[in-house]
Structures are given as structure tokens and as C-alpha cells.
Write a protein that binds this ligand. Structure first.
Ligand code: GLU
Length: 469
């Protein structure tokens, strides 16, 4: 496919708002979005909220929040199916009038009995066509007071096939497909029907969705053909498996996209990682959103299921953290520090980011690291003091305090030189001085470079803390 023969690419993401936006949904949305962007087309968001029992306004909001976080802005929509009921009824009336749909008065119990009979005869359970009009066929008398459902008059013979953008050619025998109910007895249209009317009305050219919908596609194609609509291209994306090869579930960690925001993943890292999950551009692992859009080609989507790899996600996130300017990181991390009862202003947070970013895989880890500077002073626990702050160590700490106090400039390099001179003068190795200094100045044994930490804490704080030893 080239841009020249598809001038008006229109894709859509059509989630059902029955819960949070899960990783698989976000990735499907991302592929649809990138496809539209790649061809300068239109990306439509459609909320499929006809399942009144399971759809909630909170879930709609969760989807919108997740899309906003990942910066997948729709060009059109969100459209809500519940607001399109009149249109669905209009199309159903038209289909009843032109004979592509018919009223069926069989009761649910009768339909169940038909299915049972088919099963007993070793066939696929199905509606037996009792109310299907055929030339020369006399239909049963219409029962009084019965409310009919509307069924689609599906072709009985032939095959329905399409060349899937991802999976290649797929076909179904029409004899396998039932006369699908398109409107229930209470008049509400059914899911497969609404999707068709929407894709048609919204002039969708490419339907990219999860491969759990492969079985719906021949039904949707047949309905769309009956309506005289132009078929979109379909592409079915294989699912995401957990690291153990099983269906992705809570046991593999978070399945809601927004959990990753909470845990401190950057949206850009998430987009990069999700994009690589089932799509590739050679061996490229790290690429910007713009590169992804530029490179996106559905032919490079994998036919097989992708596997969730939390270690790789962390690696990608660590990369984006390193690439983010310290000032921006400080702004992202400050609210997390406040949430942990820390005081972001206690330190030059931007400088602290520079010190911590290489060792952090998430913003949460960065915030944890920054708490070294931002938490109110806590005396180190007794066992640690007893272990580290021996008499010998205390003498060294106080000598350091005295000499540091006399430094003309409190800089990382001046502190570093002082530490080195003391080690040399006393014939000691680094940990002999650095660990007592860490414990005395920060309350913990492990920190980034001691001279950098002392520099950031500042002369006053350091001298005050060391003075307490
Ligand atoms: N609403 C469907 C879902 O959430 C998607 C339908 C479609 O993409 O055609 O699974």
C-alpha cells in the first residue's frame, strides 16, 4: 500500500468501556493511531457503550485518561454508540424493508431446542431458519403478542473471505454462519450490527483490532455487503502473552495502562515499548514517537502473539529517564516526593536528578532516591551506628567536618579532593571514610557518590549532621 492509492485513510479505536484500558487495548489503539498518522489520515475514537450492564462512566474516563496520557489524540470523536440508537433503528428498518433482515418470532426456548437438535445431529448449533423468508416459502402464522427479534439474512452458500492486513487470507464458509440477531425483542441493536453501521458511517478504511474479533469479521462483512457499504481492510492483532507464555493477567503485574503511569513509567517509554510489542522496524528498539509513525507499516506487525517483558520495559524506561532533561525530571518527581512526605525544596532537585537518573528505572525509583535529600532528618538506627560509627570512624568524621568547614568553596570537586587527601594521609581505603560519612550525613549506608551527595546537601546541613556524631 502506498500513500498515493489510499488518500483518505481513516482508522478507529473502538473500546468497550467496561473497565480500565488494558495493555492490549492500548497497543491496538497505538497501531490504529500510528497507521492513521503515517498516512496523514484520520484517527477516530468510538466508545462502544451499548452493554449497559457493564459500561460505566468511570471506565469511559479511564479510557480517555489513558489515551491522553499516551498522547493518542483522536481526530474525531469520542463518539458514543448509545447516542446513535436512532441511526441503528433507521438502518434496521431499511434492511427489513429491502429483505436483508427479517422478523423472527421464535422464542429463546425454541431457538435453544433448534440448537439442541443440530447438536444431536452432529452439526454446529444454529438457528434453523424457521422465519427466514424464501421465495415460495410460507412462513408460520405470526404469534399474537409476541415481540420479534430482527435477524440478518446471511448468505447460505459461498465463502466470506478477506486478506487480513496482519494474518493474510482468511475465509469462512457462509454455511458456518448463523442468521445473526441484529435487534433484540426490545428493539435494541446488537453489538456486531452497531460496529458495522459505525464503521460504514464513519467511513473507516482500516479496522485494526484484537484477534479475538476474527470470528466477528465474516458476519460484519456480510452485513456491510448487504448494506452496499464499501469494505474496510481488516487487520487482527495477536494478543499479548505474559512473560510465562500464558494469557496476560493481573498475576503478571499491572494490566491497566494507567498503573504504569502511577508506577513511574514515562508515556514516551510506554509508547516505544508497546509499539515494539508485535511490531518491528529491523532491530530498532529505541525510537521516538515520530520515528514510529514514520516507520509504521502494518505488514511489519507480527502474526504471532507478543510476550510482555517487564525487564525490557524497565530498560526502555531507564533510557527515556536518562534522555529527559534534569529540570523536567525534577518537575515529574516533585509530586511523588511530596506524596512520600518529603520536601522537594530541601535540595536542588534538578541537580539531584542528574545524580540519580543513571541508576533509576522509574520515576518512582528516582523519587525514592531523592528522598535521601528530601526527607526530614532521621538519626540512623542504633545497630547501624554501632556497626559503622566506631570510635575510630568518629574521629575521622570529625576531622573531615573540621576540614570541610574550612573549605573556601563547597563544591563536589573540593569535597572529593578533601576525601582523597584524608584517605592518603591515613593510609585508608575509600569505604573506611565514605561509609561513616554516609551514615552520619544521610542516615543510610548506600548512596550515590559521597562527594556529590555532600555537595548537594549543602555545607550547613552536612556540618550540622556530622557535628552530632
Ligand atoms: N468494542 C470492542 C472491544 O472492546 C472492539 C470492537 C472492534 O474493534 O471492532 O473489544
Amino acid at each position: 500500500m502506498t500513500a498515493s492509492n489510499t488518500p483518505a485513510v481513516r482508522t478507529r479505536f473502538a473500546p468497550s468501556p467496561t473497565g480500565y484500558l488494558h495493555l492490549g487495548g492500548a497497543r491496538t489503539a497505538l497501531f490504529s493511531w500510528a497507521f492513521a498518522r503515517h498516512y496523514g489520515g484520520t484517527f477516530v475514537l468510538r466508545i462502544e457503550d451499548t452493554d449497559l450492564e457493564r459500561s460505566t462512566p468511570e471506565a469511559v474516563q479511564a479510557i480517555l485518561d489513558a489515551m491522553a496520557w499516551l498522547d493518542m489524540t483522536p481526530d474525531e470523536g469520542p463518539f458514543y454508540q448509545m447516542q446513535r440508537m436512532d441511526r441503528y433503528r433507521e438502518v434496521i428498518a431499511r434492511m427489513l424493508a429491502d429483505g436483508s433482515a427479517y422478523h423472527c418470532y421464535s422464542t429463546p426456548a425454541e431457538v435453544e431446542a433448534m440448537r439442541e437438535r443440530a447438536r444431536a445431529a452432529g452439526q454446529k448449533p444454529r438457528y434453523d431458519g424457521t422465519w427466514r423468508p424464501e421465495p415460495g416459502k410460507t412462513l408460520p402464522p405470526i404469534p399474537t403478542q409476541a415481540q420479534p427479534v430482527v435477524r440478518f439474512r446471511c448468505p447460505l452458500e459461498g465463502v466470506t473471505s478477506w486478506d487480513d492486513l496482519i494474518k493474510g487470507p482468511i475465509s469462512f464458509d457462509n454455511s458456518e454462519l448463523d442468521d445473526l440477531i441484529i435487534a433484540r425483542a426490545d428493539g435494541t441493536p446488537t453489538y456486531n450490527f452497531c460496529v458495522v453501521v459505525d464503521d460504514w458511517d464513519m467511513r473507516i478504511t482500516h479496522v485494526i483490532r484484537g484477534d479475538d474479533h476474527v470470528n466477528n469479521t465474516p458476519r460484519q462483512i456480510n452485513i456491510l455487503r448487504a448494506l452496499g457499504g464499501e469494505l474496510p481492510r481488516y487487520g487482527h492483532v495477536p494478543m499479548i502473552l505474559g512473560p510465562d507464555g500464558q494469557k496476560m493477567s493481573k498475576r503478571h503485574g499491572a494490566v491497566s495502562v494507567m498503573e504504569y503511569d502511577k508506577a513511574g513509567y514515562l508515556a514516551e517509554a510506554m509508547v516505544n515499548y508497546l509499539a515494539r510489542l508485535g511490531w518491528s522496524h529491523g532491530d530498532d528498539e529505541l525510537f521516538s514517537r515520530e520515528q514510529f509513525v514514520e516507520w509504521f507499516d502494518p505488514r511489519h506487525l507480527s502474526k504471532s502473539a507478543a510476550q510482555w517483558d517487564p525487564k525490557k520495559l524497565n530498560w526502555v524506561n531507564a533510557h527515556y529517564i536518562r534522555e529527559t532533561p534534569n529540570k523536567e525530571l525534577a518537575a515529574l518527581v516533585a509530586p511523588r516526593i511530596i506524596a512520600s512526605q518529603g520536601v522537594p525544596e530541601a535540595v536542588d532537585l534538578t541537580a539531584a536528578m542528574g545524580l540519580l537518573k543513571d541508576r533509576s528505572e522509574t520515576l518512582e525509583q528516582l523519587a525514592d532516591g531523592a528522598m535521601l535529600f528530601c526527607r526530614p532528618w532521621q538519626a540512623p538506627d542504633e545497630a547501624l551506628c554501632a556497626e559503622v560509627l566506631t570510635d575510630e570512624a568518629r574521629v575521622l568524621v570529625s576531622e573531615f567536618a573540621q576540614r570541610a568547614g574550612a573549605l573556601p568553596d563547597w563544591t563536589e570537586s573540593a569535597l572529593d579532593s578533601l576525601i582523597k587527601s584524608m584517605l592518603q594521609e591515613h593510609g585508608l581505603k575509600m569505604p573506611k571514610l565514605a561509609i561513616p560519612l554516609r551514615v552520619a550525613a544521610t542516615g543510610v549506608k548506600h548512596t550515590p557518590s559521597i562527594s556529590a551527595v555532600l555537595n548537594l546537601l549543602g555545607r550547613e546541613t552536612v556540618l550540622e549532621r556530622l557535628g552530632r556524631v
